[in-house]
Design a protein around this ligand. Structure first.
Ligand code: PCA
Length: 200
């Protein structure tokens, strides 16, 4: 059985709940599409998150890594195509707000995912869940973690599948937050299971 490292994030900014956290906790230990899921929740902290995902990869030795992030305001499930070598954005949970910083000094400008994102989107639509490929993961923590993983893949593990999916708010979050489109937790989780099933 292959191993999938599945990560979500803790709450951040003005989102008191991060739906990715509950999804990864509930999927931990499950067997999906030939993979045993090993879940971890990452901090929203520029100084820690990249090294944290690297130590999880070292410890778990996964065959594939799928990271999830909340994109409050998006309507659909959006597998990301590319990560860019930039930290730039709002304050993280430690209060650091980077401006135009590289993630890896002299690193590549960007990396494309090697996950089957087109197949994921088609499979999601086939089971009735709205989805589209996203061409930007932003320049905040989600892009940061995606870039660090893909940089590692490119340098050391070209055989390892790695990708990132941004998801909309859950109803639970929308009730608290008030101004974001939302999905049920069950549909968000079903969407992630469907995406995992598309991995080779
Ligand atoms: N979403 C943020 C960081 C954590 C999360 O769940 C992002 O899109 O960068």
């Amino acid at each position: 059985m292959k191993t999938l490292l599945l990560t979500g994030f803790e709450p951040f900014l003005n989102y008191p709940v991060n739906p990715t956290q509950r999804i990864v906790v509930e999927l931990n230990g499950m067997e999906i599409g030939g993979y045993r899921v090993h879940s971890e929740v990452l901090p929203v902290d520029f100084s820690v998150s990249g090294d944290r995902i690297m130590s999880h990869i070292e410890a778990v030795k996964p065959d594939a890594v799928l990271s999830l992030g909340l994109s409050g305001g998006r309507f659909k499930i959006t597998p990301e195509r590319i990560a860019i070598n930039v930290n730039d954005g709002a304050k993280d949970n430690k209060g650091h707000a980077p401006v135009d910083e590289p993630i890896v000094d002299k690193g590549a400008d960007g990396y494309f995912t090697n996950m089957p994102i087109r197949k994921m989107v088609e499979a999601l639509k086939h089971v009735g869940l709205p989805a589209e490929i996203s061409n930007t993961a932003g320049a905040y923590l989600c892009n940061h973690v995606m870039y660090r993983i893909l940089h590692f893949v490119k340098e050391h593990r070209p055989d390892m599948l790695a990708g990132f999916i941004h998801i909309p708010a859950s109803h639970e979050l929308a009730v608290e937050h008030g101004r974001v489109p939302s999905w049920s937790h069950e549909d968000l989780k079903r969407a992630i299971v469907t995406c995992i099933e598309q991995l080779d």
